[in-house]
Design a protein around this ligand. Structure first.
Ligand code: FES
Length: 142
């Protein structure tokens, strides 16, 4: 035969206050979420794959809103068109052979290295793959 011992009243009070404390902590964390986003905490972006149709010849390029694709005799590569200084969209100076920012005139090589500041970081480079059996290139924007 088992007997149940009634719990003392202070036990129930302690349990209720513990639950209340946990709810306050969870609520506080939820309220902090927008603040964390403001100070730079970001959920990583999903990579996006862009198809580019056509067969590249040596030293050709294509320009997209987000990136540029270049070729030489041995390689094909893509670089971001977003300036690493403050984010303006870069222009390709074909005659001069570099990318230039219209905002503060940073310059980058076609491979994305900094030629001239104020930007100090190189451009993002994106993976370029060829789709099997077609003249389509797949550029993975990260
Ligand atoms: S935003 Fe490009 S140089 Fe400032």
């Amino acid at each position: 035969m088992t007997t149940t011992v009634p719990r003392p009243q202070h036990y129930q009070l302690r349990s209720t206050s513990r639950l209340r404390r946990r709810l306050i902590i969870v609520g506080g964390l939820l309220m902090l979420w927008p603040l964390l986003r403001l100070i730079g905490f970001q959920v990583p972006k999903k990579p996006r794959v862009v198809e580019v149709a056509g067969k590249f010849q040596n030293n050709q390029f294509i320009s997209n809103e987000d990136f540029m694709v270049f070729t030489d005799a041995h390689d094909i590569w893509a670089v971001s068109r977003t300036c690493t200084h403050l984010g303006c969209r870069l222009n390709f100076k074909e005659k001069e052979g570099y990318l230039e920012c219209p905002c503060h005139q940073s310059r980058f090589t076609l491979r994305g290295e900094v030629l001239h500041g104020p930007a100090t970081e190189p451009l993002a480079r994106y993976e370029v793959e060829t789709a099997e059996g077609s003249d389509t290139y797949l550029i993975t924007i990260t």
